[in-house]
Design a protein around this ligand. Sequence first.
Ligand SMILES: *Cc1c(COP(=O)(O)O)cnc(C)c1O
Length: 429
Amino acid sequence: MDHFEPRGGVLHAEGVALDKLAAAVGTPFYCYSTATLERHYRVFVEALAQVDSTEPPLVAYAVKANPNLSVIATLARAGAGADVVSGGEMRRALAAGVPANRIVFSGVGKTRDEMAAALAAGIYQFNVESEEELATLGAVASALGHVAPVALRINPGVDALTHAKISTGKDENKFGIPLARAEAAYALAATTPGIRAMGISAHIGSQLTQLAPLEATFARLGDLVTRLRAAGQSVERVDLGGGLGIPYKRDEPAPPSPADYGAMVAKATRGWNVRLMFEPGRMIVGNAGIMVTRVILTKTGAAKRFVVVDAAMNDLLRPAFYSAWHDILAIAPRAGEMTATVVGPICETGDTFAEDRVLTPLQAGDLVAFMTAGAYGATMASTYNSRPLVPEVLVDGDSYAVVRPRLDIDALLALDVIAPWLKPQANES
Ligand SMILES: *Cc1c(COP(=O)(O)O)cnc(C)c1O
């Protein structure tokens, strides 16, 4: 469910007409809906109402899905914590008003500087992904006079049945500590100075459209909790990660709903006697954002008809990177149908958003929206082909705010420095 609906023949974001917004901010741009963000967060929290947790579950929004400060602040205001994977993301979470005691730090390669900054901030938990990292974190914490609260991220050896580039829980993936070494690693954590072993975590991948891999993972985590306690360890928290998939095609069956997920979690974790934690990203922001672009021209090739838009793969990488599908809707659709391949202006054949897509008829100057672009959209953008990053706009009812302005080309050029020996010489005469 989102709040992007046509009204009077024009697609709106809540109460804001997208053609008017495009005229005001220029194209391309990203547009996020406050009501949709809040709704998705609430739906997720409500789906967990039946779970058995020693404290209210911590829902730590995975900032990497959409790190815009206003997006994080919207979710923080609704009560969300943050799952961060870099020092920069931690700074964003703090700047957006997420309390340090609701921040979790994940990632396979945290640096000493990042660890020190997170210890100084007093974050809730480090999800440690290797024995090597445990030793480093213990040393950094001890040197600073801190004790780091730690959950060990376990790689459960489960295939999430999703795209290979976003599968993270298989034996051959870089993430986490292999299940077979989990007990030894936990014993190590419990005796490492500077470390307080609080629990375990897992995150097996993203855009999961089946519950079975998650269920299998949680069963392994439950068995591990039992074995750890039998060995005399204290386990107070289990972080179940994120990964729940969302519908990208309006006319296809939706992946498991948050309610189905919540019911499965309640059953799988009954009696664990821990605080449960979650790290949803895509599920919260995916359908809360779109990217709006304008048709530059249409052209006919030898084999295909092309629609060339002013957005490109640098602005929305998912189709090129993951062969991902985004529904493409005209902002003010005409009657009828056309089939076309939708491409951007970048000098790469990979700069293709959709092949042979059935669309409403489009002409130069028309506006179209790429739907479900709120997650892993703007944040994966680059300036390839010297294309400045595009603006991001947050809508709330009838109001909107530009929450990241368009960078102009002078600002982009100003990031480079001409080496002193290449500077144009003053005329010697
Ligand atoms: C990316 C990531 C998430 C969020 O995944 P989604 O599929 O967006 O829910 C959660 N936890 C960790 C550790 C991640 O790397």
